[in-house]
Design a binder for this molecule. Structure first.
Ligand SMILES: C[S@@+](CC[C@H](N)C(=O)[O-])C[C@H]1O[C@@H](n2cnc3c(N)ncnc32)[C@H](O)[C@@H]1O
Length: 292
């Protein structure tokens, strides 16, 4: 790939999705974009770049999506889901006892394994949640992964990664060689396309936010911007869960780590410019353009 094309793609990806590619990732671009070029009937990356420069927005979207890494699996890293069950939910059950409602946001939910792992955790706690309304919003930049998430259909390989066999039996139905998560679990998760680079719009505020394994792809400045944006929609007694290789430390003081709970963060109420979230309208998911 010639250097100007590489620079064009690096800048485009940084602007569009926040993806921060170092100067030596030509092989990654080639392995992801050559198949896309061929599919579009173009001989190579240069032709792809020319077509994008000529104003093909559809191609830009495809390029950005092709460059996202969608790796995920059920109950990934285990510990965050233990925090959810043993720390976050007991606190939330007390804190929201009067309201009996809870809003959870999976900010880069990919193909659905993460939001559905949370939905299954909640299903396991049904007895304590009788009479509650719990909404899970799964968002992602990529429309393609959101479509797969909505369908909730997984291969044998995918259900063998991280999902306890008892949960597979309890919450999935086998369709030939595939497995589909049951409609009642699917109905717990709403989907919406959302680019973390942009303003979060009218999503309202959330009690629990899982934003895992996406900040790692961004540069420092974008990480800080995204975390500050996320802080503005986190309830003052809410929680943020990041991935194992991610932290807020050195990036923002909007959140602070919860001692002895790796990956778990709470809003820093000392921060002077923290918005009064209590004043935010409590919007229903239906009003956010989310779709099941
Ligand atoms: C590695 S997956 C992580 C999935 C899941 N959170 C987990 O930890 O298993 C990263 C996801 O972030 C999404 N993503 C990348 N850039 C994004 C952006 N700017 N806004 C929203 N989602 C983005 C990708 O499409 C991908 O599905």
């Amino acid at each position: 790939m010639n250097p100007p094309d590489y620079e064009y793609l690096r800048k485009l990806l940084r602007d569009q999705s926040g993806l921060d590619l170092s100067t030596d990732k030509q092989y990654l671009i080639e392995s992801r974009l050559l198949p896309l070029a061929r599919k579009a009937g173009l001989p190579g990356i240069s032709d792809l770049v020319q077509k994008m420069k000529a104003g093909s927005n559809a191609l830009v979207t495809q390029v950005v999506e092709a460059m996202t890494t969608n790796e995920t699996f059920f109950f990934r890293d285990k510990v965050p889901f233990e925090h959810f069950r043993d720390t976050i939910m007991p606190e939330m059950l007390k804190a929201r006892a009067a309201r009996k409602s809870l809003r959870i946001w999976c900010a880069a939910g990919s193909t659905g394994q993460e939001p559905y792992s949370l939905a299954m955790c909640l299903k396991e706690m049904s007895a304590s949640l009788a009479g509650w309304r719990v909404d899970i919003l799964a968002t992602d930049l990529s429309q393609e992964v959101l479509e797969k998430s909505k369908a909730g259909i997984y291969s044998q390989f995918e259900v063998q990664r991280g999902l306890p066999i008892q949960m597979l039996v309890k919450y999935f139905k086998q369709i030939g060689e595939l497995w589909q998560i049951n409609p009642d679990i699917r109905a717990m998760v709403a989907h919406r396309q959302l680019n973390l680079r942009h303003d979060l719009g009218e999503a309202g505020s959330f009690d629990v936010i899982f934003c895992r394994n996406v900040l790692i792809y961004f540069d420092q400045e974008t990480k800080t911007q995204v975390l500050d944006r996320v802080a503005r929609v986190t309830e003052s007694d809410g929680y943020l869960v990041l991935g194992a290789a991610e932290t807020v430390v050195g990036l923002t003081d909007s959140f602070k780590p919860l001692p002895d709970h790796r990956g778990l963060y709470v809003p820093n109420l000392q921060r002077k410019d923290r918005v009064a979230l209590e004043a935010l309208p409590r919007l229903r998911l239906a009003a956010t353009g989310a779709t099941r």
